[in-house]
Write a protein that binds this ligand. Structure first.
Ligand SMILES: Cc1cc2nc3c(=O)[nH]c(=O)nc-3n(C[C@H](O)[C@H](O)[C@H](O)COP(=O)(O)OP(=O)(O)OC[C@H]3O[C@@H](n4cnc5c(N)ncnc54)[C@H](O)[C@@H]3O)c2cc1C
Length: 386
């Protein structure tokens, strides 16, 4: 219903590319906690960072189902960390550049990002709190034709190796939502320090805490209008949360397929595992849950692609898909017995990588708040960028 022949050809060629160019390096990157620079450039050369970007800046301007395929295939090579580094660059920081940046800023940052020559990151979360976005404390105070940034950010994907940072800060610290703006900051600007964080999963991706000490940037680095930062962030959350929902159904599907294959080969009590009714019923239930998520996510991707404003639906997608992915991966690991716990088998890494799903990019509790406001109180979120 959603995929044409061209889509399928793209899936096959991207799958081949990942097997050839990425998979041989994954274990090293997982161990080092860093992804080598050459692969970013290869993604750029292939146009993969530009799937949703305008042709004027070097993008391919394709429909959203190319992105769906891109995300699904990234999950199937089983490094949540590598996938996160790539999709965060393509769909978090680059989405802000695409929607809010001036022509000059797009030429300076967006085009080289599409080419894979520059890496970016999106800095919203702060050590004092991530869920309460409007309560952030980082400030950007206007002085002549500059802004001076002070504060800190934490848990930032690509925060260590990014060449530029998209940063949310208060231009009017007295205000909550209306006092926030978004900036692009060059990594080499004086006053920025970054510390790498150690974490449970996503081990190939770098996650950093950043400090800004009197960081002076040109006023042109303001993205969009002053005071609209919160609205911009909320608007991009629709795509970002759908991205995370799609990632979740794709990794759950991969875990399920792996478990089914394993069960057909492993014997216990004189028969393969897949002949046990109790296990068969568990697989049937896992399969039903994954299919429900996948079909829902495709339908929301279609609505978003056709111009729909899907804040509620994308929140629902992330809420349930990440929960189901955790459940399915937990059960898939169980099917492998002791081998499920071993690093030589894929389920161990999947298990720890999946756990970030209900936390990053809006926790499940916050998503429930948003959904409740819409379904109980009748709240309606409106787009700020037409
Ligand atoms: C690996 C990783 C990568 C990340 N990448 C990025 C990134 O690139 N950029 C970025 O900006 N951020 C990033 N984040 C941050 C992530 O989005 C935040 O961790 C998340 O939004 C939660 O914020 P917090 O950790 O401060 O938790 P808190 O806000 O302190 O919340 C703690 C707990 O309390 C619950 N809670 C809080 N308020 C309420 C409420 N009103 N009602 C009910 N429950 C509530 C939360 O759901 C949570 O369970 C990343 C995080 C991780 C772990």
């Amino acid at each position: 219903m959603y995929f044409t022949e061209e889509h399928q050809l793209f899936r096959q060629s991207f799958r081949d590319f990942l097997q050839r160019e990425v998979v041989p390096h994954i274990d090293k990157w997982e161990k080092d906690g860093a992804i080598e620079r050459f692969i970013w450039e290869k993604f750029g050369e292939m146009g993969y960072f530009g799937l949703l970007q305008p042709e004027e800046y070097g993008g391919l301007n394709l429909d959203l189902f190319y992105t769906v395929i891109f995300l699904e295939e990234l999950q199937r090579i089983n490094s949540g960390g590598f996938a996160a580094a790539i999709w965060a660059n393509a769909y978090l920081n680059m989405s802000h550049l695409k929607a809010e940046a001036s022509h000059e800023i797009k030429q300076k940052y967006l085009t080289p990002s599409i080419e894979g020559k520059l890496i970016g990151c999106l800095c919203i979360t702060e050590p004092f709190g991530g869920s309460d976005v409007a309560g952030m404390r980082t400030t950007a105070i206007k002085k002549g034709d500059t802004y001076v940034i002070n504060g800190s950010k934490t848990f930032i994907t690509n925060g260590l190796f990014a060449d530029y940072l998209i940063v949310a800060a208060k231009t009017n610290p007295e205000e909550k939502h209306r006092g926030m703006s978004i900036f692009v900051i060059d990594r080499n600007t004086a006053g920025i320090t970054a510390t790498k964080l150690d974490k449970l999963g996503w081990r190939a991706s770098d996650t950093a805490e950043l400090a800004f000490d009197n960081v002076v940037i040109p006023a042109e680095n303001l993205l969009g209008e002053e005071g609209k930062g919160f609205a911009y962030i909320m608007q991009h959350f629709a795509l970002e949360r759908l991205v995370m929902g799609i990632n979740a159904h794709a990794r759950a599907e991969y875990a399920l397929e792996y478990a089914i294959k394993y069960m057909g080969e492993r014997e216990a009590f004189g028969k393969t595992l897949d002949k046990n009714q109790a296990l068969r019923h568990t697989i049937a239930e896992m399969s039903a849950k994954v299919d429900m998520c996948k079909e829902y996510n495709y339908s929301i991707a279609k609505r978003l692609n056709d111009g729909g404003y899907v804040v509620k639906e994308a929140s629902m997608s992330k809420l349930l898909s990440t929960k189901i992915a955790d459940e399915v991966i937990y059960d898939a690991l169980q099917m492998l017995g002791g081998y499920g716990y071993m690093e030589d088998y894929p389920l161990a890494r999947m298990f720890r990588d999946s756990r970030i799903g209900p936390i990053g990019g809006g926790t499940s509790e916050i998503l429930k708040e948003i959904i409740a406001k819409m379904v109980i109180d009748g709240k309606d979120y409106k787009p700020v960028i037409k």
